[in-house]
Design a protein around this ligand. Structure first.
Ligand SMILES: Nc1ncnc2c1ncn2[C@@H]1O[C@H](COP(=O)(O)OP(=O)(O)OP(=O)(O)O)[C@@H](O)[C@H]1O
Length: 300
């Protein structure tokens, strides 16, 4: 027996006037899965999210959430959405906001209390929005999205502005919910964070999916290495060395991406006898995503 997908997109196209924002997107998210949507600015991530949560109708193709049309209220109830741009009414307390979300979702007001406790918001429940920190506001948004026990949680850059411990707490809460079957679709620019938390990474560029795979698989496809070094050679000189793909200055160091670290090290040692702080690492997901999107650009 195959499990029912929580979300499916098939042949999804969306155009704003002249701009083709989505150009034939197929995607499937299963129960309990966490899928990270990555891609450069303007790739189409927000448009895909907007169609998934039923803000717009697809112009071609289809999108389904638990088998239904996300523009229908009954389907929308199965969705939890937390978006940075969403504002709160300043006059309401944390309790009122989360209770309001429960009632709007067809639940009793009493559904709010366990979620407030789960997110560590019980102490803050009488506080009004203007007196909350940025991190606390984000937790309130998550509580509002989780209170209806959604099948799919859609998160837009959810951990921006959170410190390390708040970020860990955030992903721990989601891990518990995912174990109970909630699927997560998250857009982010924090590539290394998505490598740590996502089951699958979907790389979108100019409205097309360039890759859809577990993060470790994307990294394994890339033969590149990153060499970090302190050198007197400047960026232009480094770019001329054999096998160099890119050079990024990082504080006092140079971060060099290469396909042939041995040749590069030989050339570096020949040209700079004061070379220091040398480190060679496998490329990370960030490099894998950049390589994919750069390759797509070069093919244009
Ligand atoms: N309301 C709109 N009117 C016209 N063009 C739009 C509109 N919204 C988005 N676009 C264009 O559609 C394309 C996809 O935009 P979208 O916002 O979906 O990308 P994104 O991946 O979310 O980008 P970012 O990472 O910058 O948020 C871009 O070229 C963008 O300029």
């Amino acid at each position: 027996m195959t499990t029912q997908a929580v979300m499916t997109a098939e042949g999804l196209r969306y155009r704003y006037g002249e701009t083709l924002a989505l150009d034939g997107v197929d995607l499937r998210v299963d129960p309990g899965e966490c899928v990270a949507l990555l891609g450069p600015n303007g790739a189409g991530k927000s448009t895909l999210v907007a169609l998934t949560v039923g803000l717009f109708a697809p112009q071609q193709g289809s999108v389904r959430v638990v088998g239904g049309d996300p523009r229908r209220a009954a389907t929308r109830r199965r969705l939890g959405v937390a978006q940075q741009t969403l504002g709160f009414p300043n006059t309401l307390t944390v309790d009122e906001l989360v209770t309001g979300a429960a009632v709007r979702g067809g639940l009793r007001a009493s559904a709010a209390a366990p979620v407030l406790a789960e997110l560590g918001l019980a102490e803050l429940r009488r506080r009004r929005v203007p007196k909350l920190s940025g991190g606390q506001k984000q937790r309130v948004q998550l509580a509002m999205a989780l209170v209806t026990d959604p099948a799919l949680l859609v998160l837009d850059e959810p951990t921006v502005g959170l410190d390390t411990s708040a970020r860990r707490h955030f992903w721990q809460i989601l891990a518990r919910r995912r174990a109970q079957g909630t699927a997560v679709l998250v857009t982010t620019h924090l590539i290394e964070e998505s490598a740590a938390v996502a089951d699958r990474v979907v790389v979108l560029d100019r409205g097309r999916i360039l890759a859809d795979a577990p993060p470790e698989e994307l990294v394994a496809r890339l033969p590149d290495r990153t060499v970090t070094v302190s050198t007197r050679l400047d960026r232009w000189e480094l770019e001329q060395l054999p096998g160099v793909l890119s050079v990024t200055p990082e504080h006092d160091l140079m971060r060099i991406q290469t396909r042939s670290p041995e040749d590069l090290l030989r050339a570096l040692l020949d040209r700079d006898e004061q070379l220091s702080e040398l480190r060679v690492q496998d490329a990370g997901l960030e490099e894998a995503v950049l390589a994919l999107t750069d390759r797509a650009e070069a093919a244009q």
